[in-house]
Design a protein around this ligand. Sequence first.
Ligand SMILES: *[C@@H]1O[C@H](CO)[C@@H](O)[C@H](O)[C@H]1NC(C)=O
Ligand SMILES: *[C@@H]1O[C@H](CO)[C@@H](O)[C@H](O)[C@H]1NC(C)=O
Ligand SMILES: *[C@@H]1O[C@H](CO)[C@@H](O)[C@H](O)[C@H]1NC(C)=O
Ligand SMILES: *[C@@H]1O[C@H](CO)[C@@H](O)[C@H](O)[C@H]1NC(C)=O
Ligand SMILES: *[C@@H]1O[C@H](CO)[C@@H](O)[C@H](O)[C@H]1NC(C)=O
Length: 363
Amino acid sequence: MIGKVYVTLRILLCAICLLLILNVFLNYFGEKTDIPSAFSRSNLRKQPYKSNVTGFNSINEILPIPSFAGANAANASESLEQENKNITEVTLPACQEPVYEESSPFVPNITLESLDVVEEQLGPLLESGGAFKPKDCNARHHVAIVVPFRDRYAHLSIFLRNMHPFLMKQNITYRIFIIEQTNGQSFNRAALMNVGFLEAMKLYPWDCFIFHDVDLLPLDNRNLYTCPRQPRHMSVAVDEFNYRLPYRTIFGGVSAMTREHFVLVNGFSNSFFGWGAEDDDMSNRLRSANLFIARYPINIARYIMLKHPKEKANPKRYENLVNGMHKIGTDGLNSIKYEIYSYKSYPTFSWYYAELKITEQKS
Ligand SMILES: *[C@@H]1O[C@H](CO)[C@@H](O)[C@H](O)[C@H]1NC(C)=O
Ligand SMILES: *[C@@H]1O[C@H](CO)[C@@H](O)[C@H](O)[C@H]1NC(C)=O
Ligand SMILES: *[C@@H]1O[C@H](CO)[C@@H](O)[C@H](O)[C@H]1NC(C)=O
Ligand SMILES: *[C@@H]1O[C@H](CO)[C@@H](O)[C@H](O)[C@H]1NC(C)=O
Ligand SMILES: *[C@@H]1O[C@H](CO)[C@@H](O)[C@H](O)[C@H]1NC(C)=O
């Protein structure tokens, strides 16, 4: 009798041990390989992807950026363009910025459509990687649209099906960069934007960067996706906030910065994990560099926000914000560490699957 109970107990113990081991096993490999993203199912490579585009390999090669007004920069981008494309296009006239009447509403279609259908409709109008350049004129603005991303596939599809038609009308050269963070750490929107900047610079010396949340869609065609002299906060009037600016120094949602300004303030801080305050830190960085935040009037810079559950705010966001003031020179573009696990040029966007090699400070 006692022997039987003993044997049963041993079997039970064994089973529990096995389950535990299996659990550890699954946890480990689940994180490494198991469907972290719908894209990566087929594309995730075993070896970390090493970018093989000639260009900038480190921030040191980007710094110092010659003044863009100066001849050097103009030559640099010109020669790169000629290398990639044909020389004949240099003879095209310079693009004019589109001029609109008093009011020119843009009406996004927020019906969910599969990415395949979006690709089918827009792919033929674009160059691979979600890139576009005007056919009959030379664009004055070369704009990288950088979108930090995780999980929101429905939003991505709605974003792409609306943003491309919106942007193609603006006579700008642009490309949409989707920077997806791997599973594991909390979402770090700001660090992903730094990654987007560095990766985009490997393809082309963009003169303008627009950092864009995937859930915001513009509502007016006069909202031009270009970089003015000062950094521009673009999502001024969002339906979610009753089309009012929540506070004056806000710089989140959608914002535009020239390459020079972004490098000047050392990009975004990498310290903000979870939701909150990384954009306010950027706002502080701009102020310390004597830059001002420009905005379109409230009737132009209108956006709708796609619905989603609210993110958990990081309880340390204010602390980080205060500390951030002392870290501008050491925390940002020059300190980010990451690896691109996978990259793919889809017809309507360039996708980077990035693992951040920085960890959250848990003090
Ligand atoms: C990288 O590019 C060079 C020249 O363009 C080529 O010779 C080389 O094979 C490429 N390497 C990989 C890993 O694709
Ligand atoms: C750069 O541009 C300036 C003026 O536009 C020109 O004089 C100079 O020769 C160019 N340099 C090169 C290397 O093309
Ligand atoms: C540029 O266009 C000409 C004719 O328009 C063509 O012969 C030439 O191969 C093209 N060059 C490149 C690099 O595409
Ligand atoms: C620029 O955009 C406007 C409006 O979208 C368009 O009418 C015009 O033909 C475009 N091309 C040039 C060269 O300005
Ligand atoms: C929005 O897109 C759906 C299909 O995705 C289409 O059936 C519908 O007509 C569109 N709405 C408008 C106003 O164009």
